[in-house]
Design a protein around this ligand. Structure first.
Ligand code: BDR
Ligand code: CA
Length: 309
């Protein structure tokens, strides 16, 4: 028996998704991975999940999910993660196939068989929204839906107002936020506090295992993006923060807030609007919003996962 939290990681690997998979494999009990179209197309995110599973020697099931958003036109982030999603990483394609191509049914059925799982979506929220539409009671059966996306304070990365995972499928994010489930938002306001750079690349290199070398390569590729596009020496390690919010909540501060998604705005579509009025607010909080994290400890747990997984 383990007292690690049992999670389903819904992801679109993705460089920081790869770090989230490694972090989850070390610090959580990964019940399964479900994949979604996001950073790159569904066939690539699924292939990457299978490749990463082989790399770390795990055997959790992988279920492929939605290949397009609920309503929005598909969006990708190949300029951040490379055309294959893992920056051209030289990692063999797994001969294994996904366990199913119906992540939505898997989510519904698995949460019926086992209550209290944590859903950790770190890509567009399409699969989770579809599962909630098929079976709204799913919202009551999970311990949390802890997603990476959005931001408190109106900060965006795809547009001035919108973060990628929410912008990619705003209607899905709206379904999740208003599902009545215990939802936690790990937004850019939080993930920008967790920066990685040359030091972490060197740490991964020094681990000197296939996982360490692969992670060092991914960090190098990511560095090219933030140096050339953002003009910074370090980049944000977004997705592992959602995993750590479940496995190490003591590193975080959270506040309950009313959060909704702008689905119409001409300039603000995909923005998460967080009501910060506190006692003066007329809306009931529907979300736990993460505001701060111990960044040194977070990075050290991620690096420890790379070393020990
Ligand atoms: C999010 O967008 C994706 O590109 C990353 O994998 C992360 O989930 C950050 O905005
Ligand atoms: Ca992601």
């Amino acid at each position: 028996m383990t007292d690690k939290p049992r999670i389903i990681l819904d992801c679109d690997p993705g460089i920081d998704d790869a770090f989230a998979i490694v972090t989850a494999a070390r610090w959580a009990e990964v019940v399964a991975i479900t994949t979604v179209s996001g950073n790159v197309s569904l066939d690539k995110t699924t292939a990457n999940a299978l490749r990463l599973r082989s790399l770390i020697g795990s055997n959790f099931p992988v279920h492929a999910g939605a290949h397009e958003p609920l309503e929005a036109a598909p969006l990708s982030a190949g300029h951040v993660h490379g055309e294959c999603g893992l920056g051209g990483l030289d990692l063999p394609h797994s001969p294994e196939k996904p366990d199913s191509s119906d992540a939505v049914e898997f989510l519904v059925e698995t949460t019926r068989k086992e209550e209290g799982l944590h859903l950790v979506p770190i890509g567009p929220l399409t699969n989770i929204a579809l599962a909630l539409q098929v079976d709204p009671d799913l919202s009551k059966r999970v311990s949390s839906i802890t997603f990476m996306g959005g931001s408190a304070g109106g900060l965006g990365n795809v547009t001035a107002a919108a973060e990628f995972n929410i912008y990619a499928d705003p209607e899905a994010a709206q379904v999740v936020l208003h599902s009545g489930s215990p939802v936690t938002m790990i937004g850019l306001n939080l993930t920008h506090q967790v920066q990685v750079g040359t030091k972490e690349t060197e740490t991964c290199h020094s681990i000197d295992t296939p996982v360490g070398s692969a992670m060092a390569y991914l960090l190098d590729f990511y560095a090219d993006f933030y140096r050339s596009h953002l003009g910074t020496d370090t980049g944000s390690m977004h997705d592992p923060c959602a995993v750590l919010a479940v496995t190490h909540p003591e590193l975080f501060t959270f506040e309950k807030r009313y959060v909704t998604v702008e689905v119409k705005g001409q300039h603000t579509r995909g923005m998460t609007l967080v009501d910060e009025r506190g006692a003066g607010s007329d809306s009931e909080p529907n979300c736990r919003v993460a505001y701060s994290i111990n960044p040194e400890k977070a990075v050290s747990l991620i690096m420890q996962a790379v070393a020990e997984v």
